[in-house]
Design a protein around this ligand. Structure first.
Ligand code: AMP
Ligand code: ZN
Length: 436
């Protein structure tokens, strides 16, 4: 590549070049999937043969694949290659039933590392950067996924792994870390400990770029994290079933995440009718992998709710952009018959400059009545001894939440740093309601 903006030639493809590649890869993937007993049976029972899938317009004929299918065929039943050809296994534990297993061949791992490297390059990471990864290493793909991607780009890569925040800060300082990968809730925790330790990131550290993803967060949360740490923060979307991180990533415009359409075919469908929705409308993200060997997935229902941002991106990539995730259809809270996504609550809270970024929603039953309590930390800059001011603030937050979610929650302001932090993805909702 001569154009320094792009890591791979495919990033600069025109729409027609991209679609030609997609079509070729879709046909090859469908053919390859016929090695999988699961997909052979799926096609047979749908009365389909591989020859029926010739162009992108034929995609809709293929039945959806669901997480339940992965569970039902646990551990190796969807694989399209013999186990002996696989070199890595990742697994994500669900809340119920079997965990899901994702297999990779050596080629899959190489292509995955390439996708992550492409994302990091896009936001300005270069071989002379120092990349520190604060993800858990192990089955969670945010560890090894970023490790190999950052190495492929050629950065000095520090597998710091999750937790031990004081040690993370020491590494930032001693190794002059310039790029960090952290889940958004952990980025806030890093700042909290910096405050306790008297570290001013702008004065004492070399951080420039933050990669945040793996859990939903609002635009305001991003801006606050950028402000706290003195960095540019880019949203990163991925999921184990598709490979891990590297599926979609923001470009320097920070306006939607380019999904790599040479790796995936994107559909957004109505989660109830499963019919496609027009660009710009929110629905469930459905992805088909077209660049995987061990375990390609056809029309996989991700459960994530988002939309395609219409229009072209000034960065020159035609790979379409996904809007920030609205949440997962399984995360939706139904309280007193009202549907609520935790991100709606976060959006309201982050409009108050007096609040920090951590909050916890608890649903409970009192006297046979279901209710919601929202605990939220006050910013470290707010004085906590002015009770009447805090009461007034609680009231105002309650009013704004009621306007948004149509239910009146109980709001409790709690001191900065007092909400328990988890090492992995943040737990934002505790459901203690009585089950009838
Ligand atoms: P896992 O396979 O365990 O890595 O989890 C993947 C899931 O994490 C996705 O299906 C999303 O629900 C969520 N997720 C990943 N990245 C993001 C992101 N940038 N914003 C919101 N949710 C995300
Ligand atoms: Zn762009």
């Amino acid at each position: 590549m001569t154009d320094e903006r792009f890591f791979n030639a495919e990033e600069a493809y025109s729409r027609s070049e991209l679609e030609a590649l997609q079509q070729e890869r879709l046909r090859a993937t469908v053919k390859h999937c016929m090695n999988s007993p699961f997909y052979r049976e799926r096609f047979r029972s749908a009365g389909l043969s591989q020859g029926d899938i010739r162009s992108l317009d034929d995609l809709h004929k293929i039945p959806f694949t669901t997480k339940q299918d992965l569970r039902d065929t646990y551990p190796f039943g969807i694989a399209s290659v013999p186990l002996g050809d696989c070199t890595r296994l990742h697994s994500s534990s669900g809340t119920t039933g079997n965990p899901t297993v994702i297999l990779h061949t050596a080629r899959d791992l190489d292509q995955w590392a390439n996708a992550v490297a492409r994302c990091l390059w896009m936001v300005g990471c270069r071989p002379d950067d120092v990349f520190q990864n604060t993800s858990g290493y192990g089955m969670f793909t945010g560890g090894l996924g970023f490790q190999y991607g950052a190495e492929k780009l050629g950065m000095l890569t520090i597998p710091a792994a999750a937790g031990n925040t004081l040690r993370q800060l020491k590494f930032f300082k001693d190794f002059r870390t310039t790029v960090v990968h952290a889940i958004p809730s952990y980025a806030a925790r890093l700042y909290e400990v910096m405050c306790q330790q008297g570290i001013d990131p702008r004065r004492d550290l070399s951080l420039r770029t933050l990669v945040i993803g793996a859990e939903p967060h609002s635009e305001d949360t991003r801006r606050r994290i950028e402000d706290m740490l003195g960095v540019k923060a880019y949203n990163s979307f991925g999921m184990s079933e598709m490979m891990g991180p590297g599926v979609a990533f923001e470009c320097p415009g920070q306006n939607g995440m380019h999904i790599w359409e040479d790796y995936f075919i994107v559909e957004i469908v109505d989660p109830v009718t499963l019919e496609p929705v027009p660009d710009g409308e929110v629905g469930e993200l459905v992805l088909t992998t077209i660049n995987r060997e061990a375990m390609p997935l056809l029309r996989y229902r991700t459960r994530d709710l988002t939309r395609i941002l219409p229009g072209e991106c000034p960065c020159g990539r035609v790979h379409r952009r996904l809007d920030r995730m609205k949440g997962r259809s399984d995360d939706m809270i139904i309280l007193k018959g009202v549907n609520i996504f935790p991100i709606q609550i976060e959006q309201v809270l982050m409009q108050f400059s007096e609040l920090a970024t951590d909050y916890l929603i608890t649903l409970q039953t009192l006297d046979d009545n279901d209710g919601m309590t929202v605990e939220v930390e006050i910013s470290e800059k707010v004085l906590t001894d002015d009770y009447s001011a805090l009461q007034k603030l609680e009231k105002e937050i309650t009013r704004c939440l009621r306007d948004e979610i149509l239910i009146t929650p109980k709001v409790r302001l709690v001191p900065f740093g007092s909400i328990p932090k988890s090492e992995g993805k943040a737990v934002r909702v505790k459901d203690l309601r009585k089950q009838y």
